[in-house]
Design a protein around this ligand. Structure first.
Ligand code: NAP
Length: 317
């Protein structure tokens, strides 16, 4: 039986599956292992099942024992892993696409609704029982007829587009490459960021965090948006320059923001907490039991497939 290290606690069904197939080292207390501890625990193992809390940078990868052949990430995003460093060391990196797209799209829509309809302020007022209904009380932005820009219309972006369309939104998107007509579902393609942002009354960020997308939302690009636009991010915090977005919110250039992900999680920029129109969640994208089991099972299957066939369909490096 192959020995593997699973760095974080998984839902029991998935841990049971892992221990049937592998000699798996589990993290029953869900301790946040230090870098040194991950290196120590991976001695004698042939694969590591990592989570987004594990920063597998070049230094870390180079310190892994030479027996490690696979890093199986318990996420579709892999911005926490240096793919090139892994490749150089002969380590395959895999991810868990598709199985989390529905759950994450639901949170993407929640961010749009939460930010547009001033849900943070509404919850606060309702809890304090200090509100009085009036014709202009907590007026928000209606989704029907509003233009939604999707930055990164991939698996999750396309699902958000389908739901948003059913709510009456008009969908625009930007990817580096145009989708087929079938995948576009009537959405309007923009070949540049600027062109997309200029028509985005609401933006949903759904692209991966890469060197290319880091701080794509910044002081300059925020100027492209119509005044009073709403920015939502269900992808990764690294895509947004927080200082620039907080400044645009304070100046009312941007009406509201809906955020599930942050730079330096779990410590989000405190500037966001001072702005009433910001709707925040603690990285809940894939957080349903069904999805977390499916993700963990896929992460385990990826390791199994790699050792059985020498390759894996979800290999990303
Ligand atoms: P995906 O299917 O690979 O879609 C990514 C999309 O982004 C593609 O359409 C891609 O199109 C586009 N893209 C990539 N680089 C771009 C760039 N430089 N400029 C513009 N567009 C770019 O990925 P997915 O499964 O939808 O997941 C998307 C991201 O969501 C993940 O990377 C992950 O970070 C995040 N996520 C977050 C949560 C959460 O809990 N909040 C959960 C799951 C996933 P082109 O290649 O044509 O550019």
């Amino acid at each position: 039986m192959k020995k593997i290290l699973i760095t974080r606690k998984l839902i029991k069904d998935s841990e049971d599956k892992a221990t049937k197939i592998f000699e798996a080292k589990l993290n029953s207390n869900d301790e946040l292992y230090s870098r040194a501890k991950v290196i120590e625990m991976s001695q004698g193992c042939e694969a590591v099942l990592t989570s987004l809390t594990d920063k597998m940078d070049e230094e870390m990868i180079n310190k892994l024992p030479n027996t490690i052949k696979v890093i199986s990430n318990f996420a579709v995003g892999f911005g926490n892993i240096d793919l090139e460093a892994a490749k150089k060391k002969g380590i395959a990196v895999t991810n868990t696409p598709e199985v989390l797209s529905d759950a994450t799209a639901e949170i993407g829509i929640l961010l749009i609704l939460g930010a547009c309809r001033r849900v943070s302020e509404g919850i606060q007022s309702a809890k304090e029982s200090n509100w009085k209904w009036s014709a202009d009380y907590l007026i928000g932005k209606q989704l029907t007829g509003t233009r939604l820009g999707i930055l990164g219309m991939g698996r999750i972006g396309q699902k958000i587009a389908a739901i948003a369309k059913s709510l009456g939104m008009i969908i625009h998107y930007h990817n580096r490459s145009k989708l087929s007509v079938e995948k576009e579902q009537g959405a309007i393609y923009h070949d540049s960021l600027r062109s997309l942002f200029e028509v985005s009354d609401v933006l949903s960020i759904c692209c991966p965090a890469t060197k290319e997308t880091e701080n794509l939302i910044n002081k300059e690009t925020l100027e492209y948006f119509p005044t009073g636009a709403v920015i939502t991010n269900v992808a990764r915090g690294d895509i947004v320059d927080d200082v620039a977005l907080i400044d645009a919110l304070n100046k009312k250039k941007i009406f509201a923001a809906g955020l599930d992900v942050y730079k330096g999680e779990p410590n989000l920029n405190p500037g966001y907490l001072k702005i009433k129109s910001v709707f925040i969640l603690p990285h809940l994208g894939s957080a349903t039991k069904h999805t977390r089991i499916a993700m963990a099972n896929l992460a385990i299957d990826n390791i199994y497939e790699f050792f059985k066939t020498g390759n894996c369909k979800n290999k990303v490096n």
